[in-house]
Write a protein that binds this ligand. Structure first.
Ligand SMILES: Nc1nc2c(ncn2[C@@H]2O[C@H](COP(=O)(O)OP(=O)(O)OP(=O)(O)O)[C@@H](O)[C@H]2O)c(=O)[nH]1
Ligand SMILES: [Mg+2]
Ligand SMILES: [Zn+2]
Length: 406
C-alpha cells in the first residue's frame, strides 16, 4: 500500500471551514498506522471476517458489487466512506472507526450531479494531512431532489441512499394537505418509501382527525402521529430504523425534526429552537444536513426546514401517478382528448367536481403542479440560453417563487 504522511484530525480539535464552524469534533485521531489498520479492517469486512462497520452504515450488496468492479488502483489507495454532513465545499465523511473531512471534488465525472449527504464514496487522505479527497462516488439506490432556482433552474439533491423518507408536518398551523401532496410526489420519485409523520401529538386534542385527513390524500402511505415529548408513536417510527437502514426527515422549519432526532439519540446532539407563537413557523434552526448513527441501529438524517419544495424531474417519476393518478384517470374520460376542462361538453373533470368525486382543492393543486413541472422542465432544457440571457436571474427567481408553498 502506498504510504502517506497524513496526520488527519486531532480528536480534540475544532475545525473551521469557509462555510461553517462545526459544533462537534471529528471523532477520530488518525495517523499512518491507523490508516493501514483501516485498510486492513476494510479488507476484513469485505471478506466477512469482522463485525462490519460498513454494514452498520448501510453498505450492502448493491454497493459491494460496485466496489468489486472498481479499478484496483482506487481500491488499494482508498477507504470506503459515507458522506454524513455537507458543509458546501467540505464534506464530512464517516470511515471505518472515525471520520474525515473531504474536499468536494470538481473534476470527477461522477460529480455531474454533485455529491450529497448519504452518498457512499471512496476517499484518500491527503499528504499534507487534515483533509481527504474523493476518488469515487458510488451509484445511489435512491435520491431525493428538488428544483433550485438561481441563475438557472437546476437539480438540488437533498439526500441519497435513503430507505425511508419521513415527511413531517405538525398538527398546528403547519398542517397542509396540499403541501403534503407535493412532498409525496417528490418522495415517490426519490426511490425511497415515504411515511408521514404528524408531530407534536401532545399538543393536539384530536390527532385522529388529522390522521384521517392525511390518510385520505396518501393511499398506501403509513401515517404516524407522534410526540417527542410524550414518546407517543415513536416505536411506530423506529421500526423503520433497523440495522443498516437509512431514514431522512423532511419538512418545514419548526415541525420538530431535530427534536425527534435528539429523542432517538437519547441526548441533545442537535440544536433546536422554539417556533413563533403567532403563526407556528419555525426559525430555521438547522442549517446543514447531517446523518447520525443511532445508538440502537440505523441512521437518521436531519435536514434544514424547507421553505420550498419545487418538483424536479417529476414528469419522469412515479410520484404524480401515485398521488394524482385518480385525476389522470378522470381526464381520460373527457369526451375530447384535448379537453381544457373549462367549458367543453362531456368534460369528466367538471362532472367529477360537481358530483364530489374529485375534490376541488386537489384539482387546483394538480393544475398548479403541472404548470410548475412544465415551467421547470422548459427552464432546465434552456439552461444554456438562460445563462446568457440578460436578466435571467431575476426572471427565474420571480417565476419560481409562484410555486413557493410556505
Ligand atoms: N410540545 C412539543 N413540542 C415539540 C415537539 N417536537 C418539537 N417541539 C418543539 O418545537 C420547536 C421546534 O423544534 P425543532 O426540533 O427545532 O424543529 P425543526 O423541525 O428541527 O426546525 P428547523 O431546524 O428550523 O427546520 C422546539 O421548541 C421544540 O421543543 C413535540 O413533540 N411536542
Ligand atoms: Mg432542526
Ligand atoms: Zn375535461
Amino acid at each position: 500500500m502506498e504510504k502517506t504522511n497524513a496526520t488527519y484530525y486531532d480528536s480534540e480539535k475544532k475545525f473551521n471551514t469557509n462555510d461553517y464552524e462545526c459544533e462537534r469534533k471529528l471523532k477520530m485521531n488518525f495517523n499512518n498506522e491507523k490508516y493501514e489498520q483501516n485498510q486492513q479492517n476494510q479488507q476484513n469486512q469485505m471478506n466477512g471476517h469482522e463485525e462490519a462497520w460498513l454494514e452498520a452504515y448501510g453498505f450492502n450488496t448493491f454497493f459491494m458489487k460496485q466496489w468489486s468492479a472498481l479499478d484496483q488502483d482506487i481500491k488499494t489507495n482508498g477507504l470506503i466512506g459515507r458522506v454524513i454532513a455537507d458543509f458546501g465545499q467540505k464534506l464530512r465523511v464517516a470511515i471505518n472507526e472515525g471520520e474525515c473531512l473531504a474536499n468536494r471534488p470538481v473534476e470527477l465525472k461522477q460529480m455531474k450531479s454533485g455529491i450529497a449527504t448519504g452518498d457512499w464514496v471512496v476517499v484518500k487522505p491527503l499528504n499534507d494531512g487534515e483533509e481527504a479527497i474523493v476518488l469515487h462516488v458510488f451509484q445511489r439506490f435512491s435520491k431525493f431532489s428538488r428544483a433550485a432556482a438561481g441563475v438557472e433552474v437546476k437539480e438540488q439533491i437533498v439526500a441519497t441512499n435513503i430507505d425511508t423518507v419521513f415527511l413531517a408536518q405538525s398538527m398546528n398551523k403547519d398542517f397542509n394537505l396540499r403541501r403534503m401532496e407535493r412532498y409525496l410526489v417528490a418522495a415517490w420519485d426519490s426511490g425511497a418509501t415515504p411515511v408521514i409523520l404528524l408531530t407534536k401529538a401532545d399538543l393536539c386534542e384530536a390527532p385522529e382527525v388529522y390522521i384521517e385527513q392525511m390518510a385520505s390524500i396518501a393511499p398506501g402511505v403509513e401515517v404516524i402521529a407522534l410526540s417527542s415529548v410524550s414518546g407517543m408513536g415513536l416505536s411506530q417510527m423506529t421500526k423503520y430504523v433497523t440495522k443498516g437502514k437509512t431514514v431522512a426527515i423532511l419538512g418545514s422549519s419548526g415541525v420538530g425534526k431535530s427534536t425527534l432526532v435528539n429523542a432517538l439519540m437519547g441526548h441533545d446532539v442537535l440544536k433546536t429552537q422554539s417556533i413563533r407563537e403567532d403563526d407556528s413557523k419555525g426559525r430555521h434552526t438547522t442549517t446543514h444536513r447531517e446523518l447520525l448513527l443511532l445508538p440502537g441501529s440505523g441512521l437518521i438524517l436531519d435536514t434544514p426546514g424547507m421553505r420550498t419544495l419545487a418538483l424536479w424531474d417529476a414528469e419522469n417519476g412515479e410520484g404524480m401517478e401515485r398521488i394524482f393518478g385518480e385525476i389522470e384517470g378522470i381526464i381520460k374520460e373527457c369526451r375530447f382528448s384535448n379537453c381544457t376542462h373549462k367549458s367543453e361538453p362531456g368534460c369528466a373533470i367538471r362532472a367529477a367536481l360537481r358530483s364530489g368525486r374529485l375534490e376541488e382543492k386537489k384539482w387546483i393543486n394538480w393544475q398548479k403542479l403541472q404548470k410548475e413541472i412544465k415551467f421547470i422542465e422548459s427552464k432546465a432544457n434552456k439552461k444554456e440560453r438562460a445563462l446568457h440571457k440578460q436578466g435571467a436571474k431575476s426572471n427565474t427567481r420571480k417565476n419560481i417563487s409562484v410555486y413557493e408553498v410556505d
